[in-house]
Design a protein around this ligand. Structure first.
Ligand code: 5GP
Length: 210
């Protein structure tokens, strides 16, 4: 039976460990394709163009929007971020589950355009742990940490819009929990209509043959 890909949106506070969870899913399982976003943010040390993001200037970003090349985009802390359309459509058609690691405004746009998308919100067990993780990363200036904590307070208001809340206490468990959530989504009747029909039809036929 043909497997249909699910569009999986993973959001969460900066410092919640989304990136590590997504990396773990990609390493452990073969079912996933990771969408690389386009952004106007400057690369952080070690971030490669085309891998972490497609790093572009504002003009190129706006041209891509105008050409319909993004399925969603949003502004986050003074920069634009968006999801390139072609890769997502191509991988879904191949039956892969496509992972988008995006913030909440983008997630809500995706929910409108793809009502069957699966929305997962990643959070540390508490706000205090979130702050400690953000400070511990050491890659951001104090102003940026403050900006991201303020943003976290706003994003917390939207957690209820997601299908699942994933608590990232230990990374290993969070990765297997994420996979379990996605596996469960595949088992929904709405994603198994062809299988249900074939079993139904076959059973009806068997009943007639008696
Ligand atoms: P960062 O600058 O830390 O890499 O990302 C900042 C925020 O932008 C994160 O919450 C990240 O998930 C989000 N983000 C990354 N790519 C996209 C995208 O394509 N669209 C949207 N809406 N948000 C994104």
């Amino acid at each position: 039976m043909e497997r249909k890909g699910i569009l999986v949106v993973i959001s969460g506070f900066a410092g919640a460990g989304k990136g590590t969870i997504v990396k773990g899913l990609m390493e452990r399982y073969d079912d996933y394709a990771l969408s690389v976003s386009m952004t106007t943010r400057k690369p952080r040390p070690g971030e490669e163009d085309g891998k972490a993001y497609f790093f572009v200037d504002k003009q190129k970003f706006e041209e891509t929007i105008a050409a319909g090349g993004l399925i969603e985009y949003a502004q986050y802390c003074d920069n634009y971020y968006g999801t390139p359309r072609a890769y997502v459509e191509e991988q879904l058609a191949k039956g892969k589950d496509v992972i988008l690691e995006i913030e909440i405004q983008g997630a809500l746009q995706i929910r409108k355009i793809f009502p069957t998308a699966l929305l997962i919100f990643v959070t540390p067990p508490s706000a205090q742990i979130l702050k400690e993780r953000l400070l511990g990363r050491g890659t951001e200036t104090p102003e940026v940490v403050k900006q991201r904590m303020d943003r976290a307070a706003q994003e917390a208001d939207g957690m209820g819009e997601y299908d699942y809340i994933l608590v990232n206490d230990t990374v290993d468990k969070a990765i297997s929990d994420a996979h379990a959530i996605i596996t469960a989504a595949h088992a929904r009747p709405s994603r198994n209509t062809a299988l249900m029909k074939s079993i139904n039809d076959a059973l009806d036929k068997m009943a007639e043959e008696k």
